[in-house]
Every structure is written in structure tokens, then in C-alpha cells.
Design a protein around this ligand. Structure first.
Ligand code: SF4
Length: 176
């Protein structure tokens, strides 16, 4: 069996079938990390700008000279603390949703399948196991590429002392 087939079997065995409860799109603990390419897709789908959709990943490295650096972006939240695209417990950008949303509650650590806590795991037959396996492999490729490119950008640029910046695969972005 190839990697996708092995993964499909593991996902099938997890017996996950989404109940559309919206829990994974809600609450302050659920950061939805997105690549710049994914934000572009959401911009097209929603008509909103990059900065209206994404904000810096909220773990900053802080230096004695006041410089602050973070890597990457997360989706903004609404006033209710839920993902800005969750309305009446439904995703309003479903066809354009990011990798992390397509693959929850699964993720890959190398070749290992990790299953996050979710009430829909272990419940019923997983009808889209093959599609989910494919989405997981695409997600891993996209995350690996984003990580590698962001590292190159970090090496390539000198960051002005005291500035607050976000580094992603496209470069170093000054933050207000
Ligand atoms: S983009 Fe859609 S699926 Fe992803 S967290 Fe937001 S509402 Fe949920």
C-alpha cells in the first residue's frame, strides 16, 4: 500500500463523521493557522482584504531591544470569539476553507496520524476517508513548503531593531 492508502485505512478506522457541531470553529483556543496562499483564496471567496481576514500568529519572540517577531498568520475572530467565517454554526467559505479546516480532527506529524479530541471521532463510518487522506497529504506539503520558505526569508532579511514583524514565505512584513 502507498502512503495515501495506509492513511485512508487509519482514517477509516477512526470512525470520524463530522456532526457539524461547529466546536472546532469556535472558542479562543482554536487558532486556525493559514498560509498567505490560503488567505488569498479566502480574499477571493469573501471579497475581503488580507488584513481583514488574517492577523499575526499570536506567539511572539520578544527581544531586549523591543524587536518582536512572529511566524505566519491565523484567521481573525468575530466579537463572539469564533472564527469570523462561522455564521449560524456554518462555515460561510466552506468551498474555500483552509487545509486545517478540511482535515480536522486529523493532522500528520511526519507520517504519523494525530487525532485531536473531537466528539465525532469513534461514532460512525467515515465516508470520505480517501478524500481526507489526500487533503492531509496536501496540507503537509503546503505546511512544509511554508515552513521552509519562511526560514529562508528569516535568513535573508535583516530586521530593524525595535520593529514588530511577521515572517512568512513571501517575506518580512512590518506590523503596526
Ligand atoms: S474557515 Fe470555516 S471551517 Fe475553518 S474555522 Fe472558519 S468557519 Fe470553521
Amino acid at each position: 500500500m502507498n502512503e495515501k492508502e495506509v492513511l485512508t485505512e487509519k482514517i477509516r478506522a477512526a470512525k470520524f463523521s463530522c456532526r457539524l457541531c461547529g466546536a472546532c470553529c469556535s472558542g479562543a483556543d482554536n487558532e486556525v493557522m493559514v498560509t498567505p496562499d490560503e488567505v488569498d483564496v479566502l480574499c477571493k471567496a469573501s471579497g475581503l482584504s488580507f488584513s481583514e481576514i488574517a492577523e499575526p500568529y499570536p506567539e511572539w519572540m520578544e527581544y531586549p531591544d523591543g524587536t518582536k517577531i512572529t511566524f505566519g498568520w491565523v484567521l481573525r475572530r468575530g466579537m463572539d470569539g469564533n472564527c469570523m467565517f462561522l455564521k449560524e454554526n456554518r462555515c460561510t467559505v466552506y468551498a474555500s476553507r483552509p487545509h486545517i479546516c478540511r482535515t480536522y480532527p486529523f493532522m500528520l506529524d511526519g507520517e504519523e496520524l494525530i487525532i485531536s479530541e473531537c466528539p465525532a471521532v469513534g461514532c460512525s463510518e467515515c465516508l470520505d476517508a480517501e478524500e481526507t487522506a489526500y487533503a492531509l497529504l496536501c496540507r503537509r506539503d503546503a505546511e512544509d513548503a511554508e515552513f521552509a520558505e519562511s526560514g529562508k526569508q528569516y535568513q535573508k532579511h535583516s530586521i530593524a531593531s525595535g520593529s514588530t514583524v511577521i515572517i512568512d514565505s513571501r517575506g518580512v512584513h512590518l506590523w503596526k
